[in-house]
Design a protein around this ligand. Structure first.
Ligand SMILES: [Zn+2]
Length: 366
């Protein structure tokens, strides 16, 4: 009996050490951020029962995120760690998967609430300004939380103790890097140039590093994906099979591991909001109502439709919850939205994360 207890104790020590090791690995920023000086305490959501963060816990609430710039994957990763460090416990992060070219895909949790909603951005590479927007939301909501400030009438402190907002700020880090820095920034540059007809200007790229359009790769309606090209390229290729890509697999696994009551999938083209294509019948009314609320706040007209293979219908069918696909900028042609549009985008969307969090409650806006 004593021997058994001894082995049990040893087992606990070993698994404890493994857990600490895992947390430490999770807490490391990307290799190219070695200059980053913040201490790397475990920030995983595995850490529970943290005290609610107060004004006295934070030295400054000056903005961390600068959204008025070409915002790279490296900018995002550094800002995620700075936010996680400053707003300790209010903001946590985890790596939910790895892109084709080996970049970590990050999720950020904001808030302490048991209720959960999901917001993601930059599924389409050239639409990277959506990352600027959601990182700006995380930063400003965190500051408002500790300062007990209202944002657009929302009591952020109260709201984020009831609801946690989960963000994946950059679903497609390879594609964003390709658009911003060119093929040399990726390890499969020769392949990318080949499937882009030798054109070194990747500013119009929407796909991932396999040339698959991630918003055509989801399993619901995949057979009917709109304008599928049948081969890898800068847009619309739905992939060799449903959910073939590591990025869509990471999102699907992450979503299935939560109890999200609502989702926003940020895209850029057209200042409108799509509210589903092939919805389950029981989501028709609630999706339309959600879109109406979102449309009234942003000024975006409502659109029914989209393509097969999109996140939107997959989420509706697999999770059974409403979701929206906002397109947050005037159509910019086949390239990134110019940064001059950012102020307008922010004005229309700065409180939308809170509006969505509030929506699943009994309307707590005061
Ligand atoms: Zn898009």
């Amino acid at each position: 009996m004593k021997v058994n207890i001894k082995w049990l104790a040893l087992g606990m020590v070993v698994s404890g050490a493994l857990l600490v090791g895992m947390l430490m690995i999770r807490s490391q920023p990307a290799d190219n951020l070695q200059s980053y000086e913040y201490n790397m305490k475990p920030k995983s959501s595995l850490v529970s029962s943290v005290a609610i963060l107060s004004e006295s816990d934070v030295i400054t609430t000056e903005p961390i995120v600068n959204p008025r710039q070409v915002y790279t994957y490296e900018n995002m990763v550094e800002d995620i760690y700075r936010l996680t460090d400053r707003y300790n416990g209010l903001v946590t992060n985890e790596v939910i998967g790895e892109s084709v070219d080996g970049r970590d895909i990050y999720a950020v949790r904001l808030g302490y609430g048991e209720r959960e909603i999901f917001i993601h951005a930059a599924t389409h590479a050239r639409e990277w300004i959506t990352t600027n927007l959601v990182m700006n939301q995380i930063d400003s909501y965190s500051a408002a939380f500790v300062n007990s400030e209202k944002v657009d009438g929302f009591d952020v402190r109260e709201l984020l103790q009831k609801v946690s907002i989960y963000y994946v700020p950059m679903v497609n880090p390879d594609g964003v890097t390709l658009v911003q820095k060119g093929a040399d920034a990726l390890s499969n540059s020769e392949y990318l140039l080949k499937i882009h007809d030798g054109n070194p200007d990747f500013s119009r790229w929407k796909a991932n590093a396999n040339g698959v359009d991630l918003n055509r790769n989801y399993s619901v309606g995949w057979e009917q994906a709109h304008a599928d090209t049948g081969e890898p390229g800068f847009q619309n290729y739905k992939g060799p099979s449903p959910m073939s890509e590591p990025e869509t697999q990471a999102i699907a696994a992450f979503v299935k591991n939560h109890n999200f009551e609502l989702a926003l999938a940020y895209h850029t083209s057209g200042e409108l909001v799509y509210w589903g294509k092939n919805l389950p019948e029981d989501l028709e009314d609630v999706s339309y109502e959600l879109a109406t609320v979102f449309g009234e706040e942003t000024g975006y007209p409502l659109h029914r439709g989209g393509s097969g293979g999109m996140f939107s219908d997959w989420f509706a069918h697999e999770i059974g919850a409403p979701n929206l696909t906002p397109e947050i900028a005037p159509y910019a042609g086949p390239g990134p939205v110019p940064l001059e549009n950012y102020n307008r985008i922010w004005q229309q969307n700065f409180s939308m994360g809170l509006l969505m969090a509030d929506y699943i409650l009994e309307d707590t806006k005061k």
